[in-house]
Design a protein. Sequence first.
Length: 351
Amino acid sequence: MKLWQDKVRKVVPYTPGEQPNRPSMIKLNTNENPYPPAPGVRSLLDHFDEDRLRLYPDPACRNLNQTLADYYHVSEDMVFTGVGSDDVLSVAFLTFFNSDKPIFFPDITYSFYPVWADVYRIPYETKPVDENFRIVKEDYFGGSGGIVFPNPNAPTSYYENLSFVEDIVKNNPDVVVVVDEAYIDFAGPSAIELIPEYDNLLVVQTFSKSRSMAGMRIGYAIGQPALIKAMNDVKYSINSYTMNQTSLVLGVEAVKDEAYFKQCVEKIKATRSWTANELRKLGFKFNEPGANFIFASHPDYKASDLFAALREKDIYVRYFSLPRIDNYLRITIGTDEQMQTLIEFLKNYMK
Ligand SMILES: *Cc1c(COP(=O)(O)O)cnc(C)c1O
C-alpha cells in the first residue's frame, strides 16, 4: 500500500439505476418521464446558435432563475439552480449541515442522503418509517443538526400533506429543513407556499421527472433570500459556472409551456391509476402512490424473482436489496402501452 492511499477520501458511492439503452426495452427503473420535453425545447435545439458555446454561461443563471421565480410567485433572490437536484441537494448539505449534532432523515428514503453525509463528514441518524412506510413526524421535533426528507418519499411514493411538513419545519426553528420535492408535481401542494412564513425551509425540485429533462440536468431550490445567498456563496467557492448554456436556455423554454407540462403530468397520473388498479387485481400490495412510480410487493412472489423475470423480457424496474424493502419493486409509470405490456407479462407469469 502506497502512503498516499492512506490520505485518499474514502466513500461508498451512490449506485444510480442502470441506464441500458435499447430501443426495444421498457425502461421503468429510474423514474424518467416517458414523454418528450415541451415542443418549444425541440425547436430551440434546432435553432441553437453554437457561437454561444464559445462564451461562459451566466454564472448567476438570471433568466432561468427569473423564469422559475415568476412561475412560483417568488423573487429571483429566492431561487438557486444547479446541475440536477442532486447538485442542489449536495450544495445544501455542504452549506447548512455543519453541526456536531446529527442530521435526521428516514431509514427508507433516497439513498443519496447517507452518501453526501459521508463525503462531507456530516454525522447523521436515520429515523425508521412506520410499518406503513410513513414518516413519523414527531421523531424530527428537535435534537438534530438539520433535516432532509423527500415528499413524496422515495422509494415509498408516500405523499404527506402540507400541515405534516409544516409541523416538522415549525418544530425546528434553529436548523434548516430541506424538503426534496422531486415528485411533487404528481402529488399535491408544494411546501413552497410555506416559505414566506419560515426562514429555515428550503424546497428542492427538479426538471428530471415531471418536466421530462433528466438528460439536461436542471434542479433548483427555493427558500428565503438568506438561505439562497448562503448556497450561492458555497457554489461560488467551488464552481461558478455550473449550468451550461443549453440547459439555461432550454430550461426557460420548458417552464414557459405550462399547458404541455400539465397535460403530461395528467396523462401520467391517469396511467398510474390504471396501473395501480391492475396491480391490485393481481394481488400486489402498496400504498396510494403519490409519485410517478408505484412501490409494490406481492405476498406470493419474491420481488427479486419478479425483477429478474421482467429483466429477462427487457422490462427494467428497480429492485433494492436493502433491509425492510427487499421484497418490493419500484415501478416507474411509463406510457399506457408500456404499462399494458408489463401487466400482460405479470398476468402470464402468475398464471
Ligand atoms: C430523482 C431524484 C433526485 C435527483 O434528481 P436530479 O435528476 O438530480 O434532479 C433527487 N431526489 C429524489 C428523491 C429523487 O428521486
